[in-house]
Design a binder for this molecule. Structure first.
Ligand SMILES: *[C@@H]1O[C@H](CO)[C@@H](O)[C@H](O)[C@H]1NC(C)=O
Ligand SMILES: *[C@@H]1O[C@H](CO)[C@@H](O)[C@H](O)[C@H]1NC(C)=O
Ligand SMILES: *[C@@H]1O[C@H](CO)[C@@H](O)[C@H](O)[C@H]1NC(C)=O
Ligand SMILES: *[C@@H]1O[C@H](CO)[C@@H](O)[C@H](O)[C@H]1NC(C)=O
Length: 254
């Protein structure tokens, strides 16, 4: 009985460690070599849209370079595919390339924040999108016990899970896409002359995505294939979705 008991203890100990640092990694160790945000998200699953955006905006490369070349660390808030697909139709398509970059950078903090540290951070957090002042890119944290919520002034999100955590990188699953005020909020009170409104409509829930390729054609990822995730986000029952997207889009399409 003794050896058996030891084995159980050892297993529980290891399982506990794995659960703490990487929710789904009980079976295999972290990938060798430099930390790779894409590989971490691929392994965790259900982050196909975010992965595509990290590629097309090249923010994924920025993250990997920063992790390899600096000592300060990073935190990434990772919205699930469900979070992206619950955005109003056309939301991502309505963004310029620059706005897509800012949107993804808004999900990255320039330090590694451990889960326990959210209780003591001071609001607003500064993200990689820059200016955290009101009306720009503020991101606020509220906590209650171990529960951590994020507020952008446009959406309230909850941290659902720790996907990955080491001394330089923390990746958290969030249940909403963090939409920054600068892009998705009401027009700034003082400034902001109106003419832009005519050209550039705010994403509207009623917009049943036109089937034209629209802005995807001008995406930063020139030469790469277009962002297939947008078919899902637009709410169309796109059969073209690949990279594991079809399960998601089928589910969304009843
Ligand atoms: C990171 O991981 C992705 C997915 O596994 C892979 O395609 C990419 O080449 C990796 N990048 C580096 C710099 O190793
Ligand atoms: C990581 O940084 C080291 C030292 O700066 C460099 O030699 C190496 O090529 C970098 N690796 C990657 C994958 O960027
Ligand atoms: C976090 O958000 C959830 C859902 O909106 C809410 O029920 C909960 O009270 C919030 N918790 C904190 C600490 O703000
Ligand atoms: C964030 O917190 C700051 C400081 O408490 C506050 O002034 C600001 O209005 C908050 N912004 C949002 C979007 O919650």
């Amino acid at each position: 009985m003794q050896p058996f008991g030891c084995a159980i203890t050892a297993f529980l100990f290891l399982a506990g460690l794995a659960g703490e640092t990487f929710a789904q990694s009980a079976t295999s160790p972290a990938p060798a070599g430099p930390t790779n945000i894409t590989a971490i998200l691929e392994k965790a699953g259900q982050f196909g849209t975010l992965i595509r955006l990290l590629r097309s905006t090249q923010v994924g490369d920025q993250i990997n370079n920063q992790l390899n070349n600096s000592n300060t660390g990073l935190t990434v808030f990772a919205p699930t595919d469900n979070a992206f697909s619950s955005l109003p139709s056309g939301t991502l398509n309505s963004l310029t390339d620059q706005q897509k970059v800012a949107l993804i950078q808004f999900h990255v903090l320039p330090t590694a924040v451990a889960a326990s540290q959210f209780q003591t951070v001071s609001n607003p957090l500064r993200t990689q999108a820059g200016d955290a002042s009101n009306g720009r890119y503020p991101l606020n944290v509220t906590t209650m016990g171990t529960q951590v919520n994020l507020s952008t002034g446009v959406v309230d999100a909850t941290i659902a899970n720790t996907i990955y955590s080491d001394s330089k990188l923390a990746v958290y699953q969030v249940d909403q896409v963090l939409l920054p005020l600068e892009i998705f909020g009401p027009p700034a009170p003082a400034a902001a002359p109106a003419p832009a409104e005519a050209k550039k409509q705010k994403p509207s829930p009623v917009a049943e995505g036109p089937s034209t390729p629209s802005t995807d054609a001008t995406d930063a990822s020139a030469g790469e294939r277009p962002l297939l995730g947008f078919g899902v986000v637009r709410g169309r029952c796109a059969k073209t979705s690949v990279d594991g997207g079809e399960t998601l889009s089928e589910r969304r399409c009843r």
